[in-house]
Design a protein around this ligand. Structure first.
Ligand SMILES: Cc1cc2nc3c(=O)[nH]c(=O)nc-3n(C[C@H](O)[C@H](O)[C@H](O)COP(=O)(O)OP(=O)(O)OC[C@H]3O[C@@H](n4cnc5c(N)ncnc54)[C@H](O)[C@@H]3O)c2cc1C
Length: 385
């Protein structure tokens, strides 16, 4: 399959990230998860390898590669540690891509070089306590005050924000009593009035930084707006399409990691005098895992490749995210089953993979929302014939 989508450059990226993940990340993945430690040293090294700026154009100091390369890097990282993978993924698809797609030259020049080198992490604030799937129900308001906006409200579940240097977020834009639309802003995270809460205690992705934030009379210049007051939100949502392909890739990597552990264990563990993979019920589980992961990979790579060709991928990105995340949940569940009781204890990595898989069916649009998007796209296709 690699031959289908890969150039020599993609193969090099795959080998480089695989080597890095196995030698630098895998040995500390257990401890990072156990102690819920943000992987700062790994982020610094990923910056040196060019992974933090993988899709940022070279003119801004990035590596200037495409979605296929991005997806490849995510899969290799998630194969050993989903927390490290989401840190790099959220930084790129949520922290950098909205700026690349929506920002003006001044904003790009101000932030992109530092984001590309990994010196600065990016975060993206869309979700609010009562605006998750229904992200248009945002209550955060930015009220025009001369050349500034005064922002009040807050966001929840923001990945990387406690470690980030820059934050993009959405807000209702008010000019006096007039509602102008939902716009998007980009600000440094040391802006007075931005309060960042303590790290959430999560089921999985434990080394990843996730926090609630509050805007309390936060004054920001009007030049911090990305796009226009009325189109910022729509454009912001569009950038989530790439994010869905990226979560699909994280799902493939998480599933692969669990599958490889199950395959190995099934050859080593003996019961009734033979390796457990000699039992058809076990070998069939492994065969199903491998087949479903291959199908996920094809959907994810196909969506990434289409995106690189400039083809609209709203449906394909949603399908890739939906299918791959559900395969990741199923594969990690079965990987525990193959390990029996040992799969339920922390010393075996499959326990971590299982906990890391569940969020894949929730973040960047739940499975239900992906199904809504897919069906909406199917209806559009029917009505346009
Ligand atoms: C670890 C983590 C990291 C995150 N990182 C970020 C981030 O960096 N930035 C950010 O902005 N957000 C982030 N999120 C938020 C995430 O995107 C939302 O949690 C997600 O979109 C779901 O929103 P919600 O939690 O409000 O659930 P809700 O929208 O309240 O959904 C609850 C349930 O209702 C269902 N539902 C809702 N509406 C419909 C409908 N129309 N049809 C059918 N079913 C529906 C959902 O599918 C779900 O099952 C993160 C979340 C987590 C847990």
């Amino acid at each position: 399959m690699d031959n289908l989508f890969f150039s020599d450059e993609h193969l090099m990226i795959k080998e480089m990230v695989q080597e890095f993940a196995e030698s630098e990340v895998a040995p500390i993945a257990f401890e990072l998860d156990k102690n819920e430690t943000f992987p700062q040293e790994i982020v610094t090294k990923m910056g040196e390898l060019g992974l933090m700026g993988i899709v940022i154009p070279e003119k801004y100091g990035g590596t200037g590669l495409d979605m296929v390369a991005f997806v490849t890097a995510i899969i290799e990282l998630a194969r050993v540690d989903a927390s490290v993978a989401i840190t790099m993924t959220a930084h790129t698809s949520l922290g950098c891509l909205p700026l690349l797609q929506l920002g003006n030259d001044e904003q790009k020049e101000k932030y992109l070089p530092k984001l590309a080198s990994g010196e600065m992490l990016g975060a993206f604030g869309l979700t609010e306590p009562s605006a998750g799937s229904d992200s248009g129900a945002t209550k955060t308001t930015a009220v025009k005050d001369g050349d500034s906006y005064i922002v009040n409200g807050g966001k929840v579940f923001i990945t990387n924000v406690g470690e980030a240097g820059v934050l993009s977020f959405t807000s209702r834009i008010m000019d006096g009593d007039n509602f102008k639309g939902i716009g998007a802003f980009i600000i440094p995270t040391n802006t007075p009035g931005l309060e960042i809460a303590t790290k959430e205690k999560k089921m999985g992705w434990k080394a990843s930084d996730t926090r609630q934030i509050f805007f309390r009379d936060m004054v920001i210049p009007a030049s911090a707006m990305m796009g226009t007051p009325s189109d910022g939100f729509k454009a912001f949502l569009k950038t989530l399409t790439s994010g869905r392909i990226a979560i699909g890739a994280l799902s493939v990597g998480t599933a692969l990691g669990a599958y490889e552990k199950a395959l190995q264990y099934s050859s080593e563990r003996e019961a009734f005098g033979k390796p457990i993979h000699k039992f058809q019920s076990v070998s069939f589980k492994i065969a199903d895992m491998a087949t479903e992961i291959e199908a996920s990979k094809l959907l994810v790579y196909h969506a990434a490749w289409m995106k690189d060709q400039g083809i609209s991928v709203v449906k394909e990105a949603a399908m890739a995210k939906l299918f791959a995340s559900e395969v990741a949940m199923k594969t990690t569940t079965e990987a525990i089953q193959v390990h029996g009781g040992y799969g339920y204890v922390k010393e075996f990595d499959v326990e971590r993979f299982f906990r890391d898989a569940k969020i894949l069916e929730i973040g960047e649009g739940t499975s239900e929302i992906q199904r809504l998007i897919i069906f909406r796209e199917l209806l559009n296709e029917i009505s346009s014939v």
